[in-house]
Write a protein that binds this ligand. Structure first.
Ligand code: ATP
Ligand code: MG
Length: 570
């Protein structure tokens, strides 16, 4: 491609509304342009990078016998009503009507459509297992689209769905997909971790998120260097402490007046105790009725863990009226003493004595609260968010944390959709059975943004060779120098006919501009033709990543480039 003909509108200035580096660089390198909040156009350079990633994904999907399909972006409400998600999905699902006033939505994911396809066309055990995938545009009306294509509203996803005869088969498909995802992200040159994620009602360790390590990430990865355990913050398990009750030290309960003291800071400050001596009591509303959750004042509740122990579908912090109904006091004075709803307590509260807790009465707290003397716990469980140095649930060694970007997610669905949508098959004995499913997603744009987060410097993008839009950039310093121009075209043509993707900067621009653009768009090799080219017959080949420069005879350029990409001259 000739730069003079290419649509690569690079920018000098950093766009003001771009917070993270990948967003800034994708705008500056002329890869993307915003059309509306979270909605982008992808320009030729981005298109080439996307194509590279899609090819890697296709190769790895095909390798595990996953077959490509294309499902519609516009989906009828009936299917979503059948699965129950029309009601549950909330505002991320963009709904609209056609001219006949029939309800539709823009697909944020495709479980319904694909399960419908399979239930109509797969009837026998002979056709299972089956894995189908597509690379397709999704729409999610994200509440806060940000970071460019990393959290967009319209974005490209590779989604795959597996259909198996039984649990064992589904686990095998899951495992295959895990391996395929690992290969995809390795081939992209990414530093990533597969971390355990919450599975809700399904249980087991059959959900992993693939996280690219980056400080700009919105997710937190909790990991143990000692045993290799890694999970996201929602899931990260903590080893229960081994403290034992010491009944002899129990002091009599003491009701104290705490006027207007509601928060942990206020109460502990007022009473002169440290937060770990306070029981934080949180009331939640669930579809199974209200529950109380207790954690130490210095700990944070993990609602996902709580939800799993309660075994409910929905769980939200109670509003003021429910708090008052349950505790007979305004918010800020809830405590476990006298509560008649189920009480879930974090392991860290087991065996502790003489705690401060809310008095379930306005402006009142209790000191020296002890269990089981003053209140009974329904269940002790791991209910809190992990923190740095908490003991690993597997080996007890201190946990560490890092930030990450979720680029992929694999999930064993079980029979969730085959139940609601009645996707069954006939087994060998002619008996009707439910198909066991899995779903698997990769954010294509998000993966590219994550690659840029990991591979850049102050001058611009440094594309991993497998994702680079072009392999070599030819840069004649002065295109008006006939000999330089002629040699540059010779190299350009030779590279192209050898299958190397080359971009030739034939623009009549100042060298400074050309060099800056070259660094910005991050092509792995830059072949510079200057004075030396006609004086000594040499070109300068610079490695964008290492900055290493080699002087190479003009005739040896092709061999050098091939050697760099393919390990040997072709
Ligand atoms: P997140 O928690 O980041 O919103 P998610 O759990 O909603 O992600 P999935 O439904 O598992 O994501 O979708 C699969 C993949 O699609 C994600 O791993 C991510 O790479 C990508 N993805 C999800 N939402 C977006 C988005 N708004 N913009 C770009 N990519 C996205
Ligand atoms: Mg999401």
């Amino acid at each position: 491609m000739l730069f003079s003909k290419a649509l690569i509108p690079t920018l000098r200035e950093t766009p003001a509304d771009a917070e993270v580096i990948s967003h800034q660089l994708m705008l500056r390198a002329g890869m993307i342009r915003k059309v509306a909040a979270g909605i982008y156009s992808y320009l030729p350079l981005a298109q080439r990078v996307f194509q590279k990633l899609k090819t890697i994904i296709r190769e790895e999907m095909n390798r595990i016998d996953s077959q490509e399909v294309t499902l519609p972006g516009v989906q009828p409400a009936e299917l979503w009503q059948e699965s129950g998600r029309w009601h549950f999905y909330g505002k991320e699902l963009l709904r609209f009507q056609d001219r006949s006033e029939r309800d539709f939505c823009l697909g944020p994911t495709h479980e319904e459509v694909i399960t419908d396809l399979v239930r109509r066309n797969v009837k026998s055990y002979r056709h299972l297992p089956l894995i189908l995938y597509q690379i397709q545009t999704k729409f999610r009306d994200e509440i806060r689209p940000r970071f460019g294509v990393m959290r967009a509203r319209e974005f490209v996803m590779k989604d795959a769905y597996s259909f198996d005869r039984d649990e064992a088969g589904a686990e095998e498909s899951y495992h295959k997909m895990y391996q395929a995802y690992s290969r995809i992200f390795e081939r992209c040159g990414l530093d990533f971790r597969a971390v355990e994620a919450d599975t809700g009602a399904i249980g087991g360790s059959f959900s992993h998120e693939f996280m690219v390590l980056a400080d700009s990430g919105e997710d937190i990865i909790v990991y143990c260097e000692s045993c290799g355990y890694a999970a996201n913050l929602e899931k990260a398990e903590i080893k229960p402490p081994e403290n034992s009750p010491s009944p002899e030290n129990q002091k009599p309960p003491d009701k104290v007046s705490t006027p207007g003291q509601k928060t942990v800071e206020e109460v502990t400050g007022f009473l002169g105790v440290s937060p770990e001596h306070l029981i934080k009591t949180l009331i939640f509303s669930t579809d199974k009725g209200p529950v109380a959750a207790l954690v130490r004042g210095n700990h944070e509740i993990n609602e996902i863990k709580l939800k799993n122990y309660v075994g409910c579908e929905e769980l939200v912090l109670a509003d003021d009226s429910l708090v008052e109904k349950v505790t007979h006091a305004p918010r800020g004075f809830a405590g476990p003493v006298g509560l008649t709803i189920p009480i879930y307590a974090d392991h860290a509260l087991k065996g502790v004595v003489n705690m401060v807790a809310g008095g379930n009465e306005n402006d009142v707290h209790f000191k020296n609260v002890n269990t089981p003397r003053d209140y009974q716990v329904t269940l002790y469980a791991d209910l809190r968010k992990a923190e740095v140095n908490d003991p690993c649930a597997r080996c007890g060694k201190p946990l560490k944390m890092r930030k990450g970007i979720e680029v992929g997610h694999i999930f064993k669905l079980g029979t969730k959709y085959s139940e609601t949508l009645h996707a069954t098959y006939l087994d060998q004995a002619g008996k009707e059975k439910r198909i066991v499913m899995g779903c698997y997603g990769i954010g294509v744009g998000r993966t590219i943004a994550a690659a840029i987060e990991q591979h850049h410097d102050k001058d611009g993008i440094i594309f991993p060779p497998t994702l680079a839009p072009y392999q070599a950039l030819i840069l004649p310093v002065n295109i008006n120098e006939p000999k330089v121009c002629e040699t540059a075209f010779k190299i350009y043509n030779a590279l192209q006919s050898d299958g190397i993707e080359a971009l030739m900067d034939d623009r009549d621009e100042r060298p400074g501009i050309k060099f800056k653009d070259a660094d910005l768009i991050g092509i792995p090799l830059r072949i510079t033709l200057g004075r030396r080219t006609f004086e000594e017959g040499k070109v300068e080949i610079r490695n964008r990543k290492t900055g290493k420069v080699d002087l190479v005879n003009v005739e040896e350029t092709i061999g050098y480039v091939n050697d760099h990409f393919f390990g040997k001259p072709r």
